[in-house]
Design a protein around this ligand. Sequence first.
Ligand SMILES: Cc1ncc(COP(=O)(O)O)c(C=O)c1O
Length: 387
Amino acid sequence: MKIAKNVNKLGTEAVYSIFAKTKKLQKQGKKIIDLSLGQSDFKSPQHAVNAAIKALKDGHHGYTLPNGIIECREAVSRKIKSLYKAHIDPERIIIMPGGKPTMYYAISFFGEPGAEILYPDPGFPIYESMINFTGAKAVPYNMTENKDFSINPDKILSLINEKTRLLILNNPHNPTGGFTEKKAIDKLANSLKKFPHLAVLSDEVYDRLIFGNKEIPTLLNYPDLYDRLIILNGWSKTYAMTGWRLGWSVWPEKLIEHVFKFCVNSHSCVNTPAQYGAIAALDGPENHLEDMMKEFFIRRKLICDGLQSLKGVQCNMPGGSFFAFPNVKNTGMNGEEFTEKSLKEAGVAMIPGAAFGKFATDYVRFNFATSRENISKAIEKIDKILK
Ligand SMILES: Cc1ncc(COP(=O)(O)O)c(C=O)c1O
């Protein structure tokens, strides 16, 4: 058997190996506080659950069009209009089985040997994995702690050349929780006019998880970019619907027929009853999200104060998402050693920064979308092993 050599270039998400280790320890009877996975502990909104059940009962169990049912695409278009005041034709919207396929397809469109793709480091690991898979050169731009892990337009602009085909942005940012305000995004978007050959993939999957009533700095605010802009978003984080596998994406008109073919060639269509649940989530009341954000606000302070109190640990307050990304260098350990020790000796699971790129080896990522009790206990337990 001979497999294609590009398969060996695929990376992975360390979160799944930590998940497996955690499950193994739990099976052995060890109590583990799991702060590793990137998902909320809130339940999906009841009105979304009810709508999906009703859809099944009503007989919506067959295939749908690969780009999604029109009602769902219209619901996304309505939401975009109400949230961002932008008009997006539902024909440019594609419903996906999660946020990830948008990443996969967008990078596949632009990546090939000789091409360069810019991506954040630290960053969501699948960007680099997929760029490598296509044979393109993965060019990282560093997100730094001293800038609160925000996007630095000048740094990005300095890395663009004639071979750069795609720029990947992620705001708010996983794993750091960094948030870049609209002013910096305005600067970047305006400067991109000088590089008309460059496409942009804006991963905005955490855009509703921003602290402090700040304006959502979506790239949809820049119609000048619409003919080369891809938006990745979805239901996973905003509505605590990770396991439903539901995402929405916006594409330039001239790419739509190709994305459609990608869908036909891979997943055919998104789970049909889930699409009805998705409409209900978008059109329904927002108190679920408001309650979740109120709670995350409290937990954010709890975890950051707790981490900051640990010997040798330095933690910035994240501006968005549900991640804290402390620097553990002064504990005398790197992120991987810290993660290993915490799991084995304190029974607390987290992700080492190295899983998110080469610039993040001194960091670890905590998910604080878990109970206050879990957060306090985790800090207490780590405190003990650092003494
Ligand atoms: C930055 C970022 N983009 C995309 C995704 C993928 O989301 P989904 O689970 O909807 O595929 C994630 C998931 O953790 C993420 O953190």
